[in-house]
Design a protein around this ligand. Structure first.
Ligand SMILES: CC(C)(COP(=O)(O)OP(=O)(O)OC[C@H]1O[C@@H](n2cnc3c(N)ncnc32)[C@H](O)[C@@H]1OP(=O)(O)O)[C@@H](O)C(=O)NCCC(=O)NCCS
Length: 133
């Protein structure tokens, strides 16, 4: 997973490594998140990681959505997100939320298509989105 995040680092705006230590983040996801993964051979090419800790108003939190550039545009992120949503529904959650940089146009299109709606925008340009389920 660390290798996937490192290979994909520059695709995030701003790069993920400018916000978090990739090794710590990878360990945290491995230990605590529910992960939905797409593999090609030995390569982890797509990853959705969600925290399903609280069933209160906050709901499940989508911490990571990433697909390696060489495998983009094939519906991998959409399918992984659909699996994640089905999992969260199965756990009895009533909502799911995430944060996305407003420059991440592809990600934003995907989330809107899946039914997420913006709920707030912060000064640093990140947009909070929520899916009611
Ligand atoms: C955003 C990202 C996860 C999409 O992964 P992907 O597997 O290529 O996406 P999919 O093939 O499943 O496409 C899903 C949707 O993305 C959107 N999309 C895909 N390519 C697009 C493009 N060139 N322009 C605009 N929207 C696009 C579309 O809404 C598409 O739905 P459609 O097939 O009905 O058109 C991937 O590009 C990525 O990892 N980006 C960098 C990291 C990032 O920004 N992560 C999100 C942080 S919150």
């Amino acid at each position: 997973m660390l290798r996937h995040l490192q290979a994909h680092d520059d695709a995030f705006q701003p790069p993920l490594s400018s916000r978090v230590n990739l090794e710590d983040y990878s360990r945290k996801l491995f230990d605590n998140a529910v992960r939905f993964e797409a593999w090609v051979g030995n390569d982890l090419v797509g990853l959705v990681a969600i925290y399903c800790n609280s069933k209160d108003e906050d709901g499940a939190f989508v911490s990571n959505v990433s697909v390696l550039a060489g495998h983009a545009g094939k519906g991998i992120a959409r399918r992984l997100m659909q699996f994640a949503i089905a999992h969260v529904v199965g756990l009895g959650f009533s909502s799911m939320h995430l944060e996305v940089d407003r420059r991440a146009v592809r990600a934003m299109h995907l989330y809107l298509a899946l039914g997420f709606r913006p709920t707030a925008q912060s000064e640093d340009g990140s947009i909070s989105m929520r899916l009611r389920i």
